[in-house]
Design a protein around this ligand. Structure first.
Ligand code: 5GP
Ligand code: MN
Length: 339
């Protein structure tokens, strides 16, 4: 956003408006942290603001301040439609194409005449937003919401509630400050958020140390299923619906599993394949180290996308066919994988 656009946004926000804030479907820590962080900021100006999540999210995010105000489009469609219809402004956070909200919400967003503002760090943004703050180099959308508040000359308005929300997304999207998008600026922002009252140790506890016994057992099964393809420096694992059922799978339980595959010595490309009988797909998470772009890989082969080093996708084939297909594609990328 340039200076003129920032002034326009400032003017727009100077009077109370009907505002809806939307994260992507299957919201993660960055999606919920950024939407709720922005929610608490806009509330300070007496806007009529609601976060509408396309669907539900994992329990480890439910302690976030403001969680109880979040509407879920999937189960509260009527109320959500009314709010979207009445909205003057719609912020889309942590995604950059309407289809990432899932149907039928994507269509409702598309049809809305509200002014759209995008804050996002994914690659290849669509062109729907009047005000677009899109930067693929950013660690997280939460870091961008901090910057957005700074652009509006309001850093001093960040209180412990806003700081807590923004801390969550920076922490989860950077793998606790270790992925390459973590910069000195990221640490500066985090330092400031702690200064403003984010309780870093408590937040880490709330997100990472609330494992159920069955989740750890499921992790054990995923580890047993781990396969390595050394000639492509690739590792992958899978979880069938039967295995998920055996360990009483709940939303969010498989979050982070794929990183264990990437932690193997010499491995720079990792995948996890998770069966969903309900959606009749295999959900795929892809991670890489260095230059190899899992965003490109997923767009080319698995109907997905994301970032250079972290992307998602899906397959409509069964598990075995999906994995066989995945393995058969790898030789095309030999040059990129043997860096
Ligand atoms: P995950 O593997 O954790 O589901 O997703 C990794 C990253 O890729 C996240 O930033 C997520 O938002 C993004 N992502 C996941 N699935 C898709 C997809 O289908 N399309 C796009 N463009 N991004 C995705
Ligand atoms: Mn993000």
């Amino acid at each position: 956003m340039n200076t003129a656009e920032i002034s326009e946004v400032k003017a727009l926000l100077s009077k109370p408006k009907n505002i809806v804030i939307v994260p992507h479907r299957n919201p993660d820590g960055d999606a919920m942290g950024s939407t709720l962080g922005l929610y608490h900021y806009l509330k300070l100006y007496n806007h009529n603001v609601t976060v509408i999540a396309p669907n539900d999210y994992p329990d480890f995010l439910k302690w976030l301040p403001g969680d109880e105000t979040v509407l879920k489009f999937e189960t509260q469609q009527k109320d959500c439609n009314t709010l979207i219809e009445k909205a003057d402004l719609i912020f889309t956070l942590d995604f950059n194409a309407f289809h990432r909200a899932g149907q039928p919400m994507a269509e409702v967003l598309e049809a809305s005449s509200a002014t759209k503002l995008m804050i996002d760090h994914h690659q290849q943004p669509d062109d729907y937003a009047k005000y677009m703050y899109s930067d693929v180099k950013m660690s997280s959308t939460c870091e961008m919401v901090y910057n957005f508040i700074e652009m509006l000359s309001d850093v001093e308005k960040i209180n412990s509630t806003i700081a807590t929300c923004l801390y969550v997304g920076i922490m989860t999207d950077t793998g606790s400050f270790r992925f390459p998008a973590t910069t000195s600026r990221t640490h500066y922002v985090i330092g400031n958020l702690i200064e403003k009252g984010a309780n870093n140790s408590q937040i880490h506890n709330n997100i990472y140390d609330t494992n159920s016994y069955s989740r750890l057992q499921l992790l054990g099964r995923a580890m047993q299923n781990l396969k390595v393809i050394p000639e492509s420096r690739t590792a992958y694992m899978s979880l069938s619906q039967a295995e998920l059922d055996e360990f009483n799978f709940k939303k969010g339980d498989t979050e982070g599993f794929v990183n264990y595959a990437l932690s193997l010595n010499n491995i720079i490309f990792a995948a996890i394949f998770i069966e969903s009988k309900q959606d009749q797909i295999i959900k795929i998470s892809l991670r890489s180290k260095g230059e190899f772009s899992v965003n490109e890989f997923s767009r080319a082969h698995f109907h997905g996308g994301g970032h250079t080093n972290a992307a998602g996708g899906r397959s409509d084939d069964d598990m075995q066919t999906t994995i066989t297909n995945f393995i058969s594609i790898l030789p095309q990328y030999k040059q990129d994988l043997i860096q």
